[in-house]
Design a protein around this ligand. Structure first.
Ligand SMILES: Cc1ncc(COP(=O)(O)O)c(C=O)c1O
Length: 370
């Protein structure tokens, strides 16, 4: 017989989805309706994404990786050099490889973990990752000579202050496209799913074709195919969940912010922990709560022994054998990799659960100071 885990000791993941009756009802409606895929829910979800982010076009696809893939093959030629951060999930870098372009890494800011622009070399473009939900608003990017794609897999719901007005991620001043992911640990979920937001009509048309085999100009049973496309469609079932999730996003953001500010309040006096920052021109989506911490590996194991599943974000991509040829000496990336720990943060994280995390961290450091 399985041993019951006491409530006190239940597993706390680092991220978790929150779905309810509304999503259940929406899924039921699709299952009882006429279309499981390519019906009205797809368009409706795309419209809701445009309204929420104030972006002109949204193209939903089967994952954030698919979104990155389609964006890169639309924007790159083989051999193009694309600047990006090695402090990301491998999907960001793989998408450049899919297009036979060349990923080039630069260092990140030690305070924000966000990619610094490299203005000394010529690049076709850059993928900037809004790490942990924090928008990269580094002013120097305005001088970058190439297109910019925002990998906002972490940051739907994040905002930046532009001309004294708060703007949602996705409504961009300087990027050609913004990529979203709807994996269950993200701001909202469709189970698996992703989207590309853009103000460029031609790009949006191209992406729509690419996600469905590049089929064009249907006439009766005849249709034309001009180039290799994919089946990266997102089903109505997924989109119906997404529509309900998006309605809840402001509440989710409120909860995530509450949890983040509580960590900050409780841990700000612990010298051995460096807390994440959020300057006054941005509001993070708090996808992650990354701290830099002394004795990271020991504390990681201690938390795990107490059923608290923290994560390290990220193993720098150039450490994988696939990308070791792209290694560069990037001191901030190395420092972050050596000390970063992402503490649990998700809308349903209770105060009691958060206290378990805080107590373990405090007990490690505060007692050694006395
Ligand atoms: C920064 C970043 N980009 C892209 C992706 C890929 O998204 P998906 O899992 O939806 O394919 C992820 C996934 O975690 C991510 O963290």
């Amino acid at each position: 017989m399985k041993k019951a885990v006491s409530r006190k000791n239940q597993i706390i993941p680092y991220g978790y989805h929150e779905v309810g009756k509304e999503e259940e009802q929406a899924v039921k409606k699709i299952l009882r309706g006429r279309y499981l895929t390519q019906g009205n829910a797809v368009e409706e979800f795309e419209k809701s994404l445009c309204e929420f982010t104030n972006s002109r076009y949204a193209v939903v696809v089967s994952s954030g990786t698919a979104a990155l893939h389609l964006a890169m093959i639309s924007l790159c030629n083989p051999g193009d050099r694309i600047l990006t951060s090695p402090l990301t999930f491998v999907a960001t870098v793989n998408s450049i490889s899919y297009a036979n372009a060349i990923p080039v890494f630069n260092d990140v800011s030690i305070e924000t973990y966000l990619l610094e622009p490299d203005l000394s070399m010529k690049y076709k473009g850059a993928i900037i990752v809004h790490f942990a939900g924090l928008p990269n608003t580094c002013n120097e990017w305005k001088n970058f000579d190439g297109w910019i794609v925002e990998d906002a897999a972490h940051s739907l719901g994040a905002e930046r202050l532009v001309n004294n007005k708060w703007q949602q991620i996705g409504h961009s001043r300087y990027s050609i496209a913004t990529i979203l992911s709807f994996h269950p640990v993200k701001s909202i979920t469709t189970c698996e799913g992703g989207a590309i937001l853009t103000s460029d009509r031609n790009l949006a048309d191209e992406l729509r074709k690419l996600r469905s085999h590049c089929i064009s100009s249907r006439k009766g049973y005849l249709y034309e195919i001009e180039k290799v496309g994919f089946n990266y469609r997102l089903s109505d079932l997924n989109c119906a969940i997404g529509i309900e999730q998006l309605k809840k996003l402001p509440k989710f953001m409120e909860k995530r912010r509450e949890i983040a500010y509580r960590y900050i309040e409780e841990l700000r006096n612990v010298e051995e922990i460096i807390l994440p920052i959020e300057h006054e021109e941005v509001r993070s989506a708090w996808h992650l709560f990354p701290v830099r911490i002394k004795n990271r590996d020991r504390i990681y194991r201690q938390l795990l022994d107490n059923n608290i599943k923290c994560q390290v974000h990220y193993i720098p991509v150039y450490k994988f054998s696939l990308y070791k040829h792209l290694y560069k000496d990037l001191p901030n990336v190395e420092k972050i990799f050596a000390s970063e720990l992402s503490l649990p943060i998700f809308p349903a994280l209770s105060k009691t659960q958060q206290n378990r995390v805080i107590e373990i961290l405090k007990s490690n450091f505060l007692k050694t100071k006395r």
